[in-house]
Write a new protein. Structure first.
Length: 231
């Protein structure tokens, strides 16, 4: 399996008083292209820290990270910014939709920030909302939608600029089981339809079996890296 992201010996320390606290220690892993990878582990095990480093939001203290063949560890801040805008999408745990905008406008606005030409934005926003099953909710305001629907708008917004990699930090944490599975199904369909690579974190063991690849962290260290064959 080809890896779109490679992490080699990644460590991340934070200042804690006079000493350093290592949130990640010597993490080496590959994220397979066009697959669903889950990062799991207890609260505080380093999942968000690792995801932020893989997605070029944060820099490691040690080690290196390659995204699509480019070493992002040594890259300049403008180069990392360009990479994030073009190749990466993020979905955070608490949905942050703009409450004064409809579903359509939320998705379209994200593309405006990403610099997508106006002519393309309308078509792509509609396409993405259809992809996440919200074709009939485009003109709804966030408060008129359920938690799962709002999360799907956030997914549509995150994929609108056609990122190669989509990072989702606990995207199902605030959803009930049925809705969480619906969001996972949406992720699967996106992988099929758009070939996107998905990396998500979760505490929920029942979701782990839906992944193609699972990495577990414990106290900042990788415990297992097992690859589950997709059916
Ligand atoms: N900016 C920071 N400064 C200091 N310590 C930090 C910082 N960010 C994270 N940490 C510490 O690093 C460790 C890992 O944090 P991280 O947020 O990656 O955990 P997590 O696995 O995502 O947990 P959760 O499941 O609760 O989201 C924690 O002990 C946390 O307190
Ligand atoms: Mg976290």
């Amino acid at each position: 399996m080809e890896n779109i992201i490679l992490a080699e010996g990644v460590g991340r320390s934070f200042k804690a008083g006079d000493s350093d606290f290592w949130a990640l220690k010597d993490v080496t892993l590959g994220i397979p292209r066009g697959k669903l990878t889950i990062l799991r582990g207890r609260s505080g095990s380093g999942k968000t820290t690792l995801m932020n480093i893989l997605g070029a939001l944060d820099r490691p203290t040690e080690g290196r990270v390659e995204v699509d063949g480019v070493d992002i560890t040594s890259a300049s801040e403008p180069a990392r910014d360009a990479l994030r805008r073009k190749k990466i999408g993020f979905i955070f745990q608490s949905v942050a939709l703009v409450s004064m905008m409809t579903a359509f406008e939320n998705v379209e606005f994200g593309m405006r920030i990403a610099g997508v030409p106006a002519s393309e934005r309308r078509k792509r926003a509609e396409e993405c909302l259809h992809l996440v099953g919200l074709g009939s909710r485009m003109n709804h305001m966030p408060q008129e939608m359920s938690g799962g629907e709002q999360q799907r708008v956030a997914i549509a917004r995150a994929i609108a600029h056609r990122p190669a990699v989509l990072f989702a930090d606990e995207p199902t944490a605030e959803l009930d089981t049925g809705t969480a599975f619906a969001v996972m199904k949406t992720f699967r369909e996106l992988i099929e339809a758009e070939g996107v690579t998905l990396v998500m974190t979760t505490h929920d063991v029942s979701l782990v079996e839906l992944a193609d690849c699972v990495y577990e962290l414990s106290d900042g260290k990788l415990v297992t890296g097992e690859e589950v064959e997709a059916e």
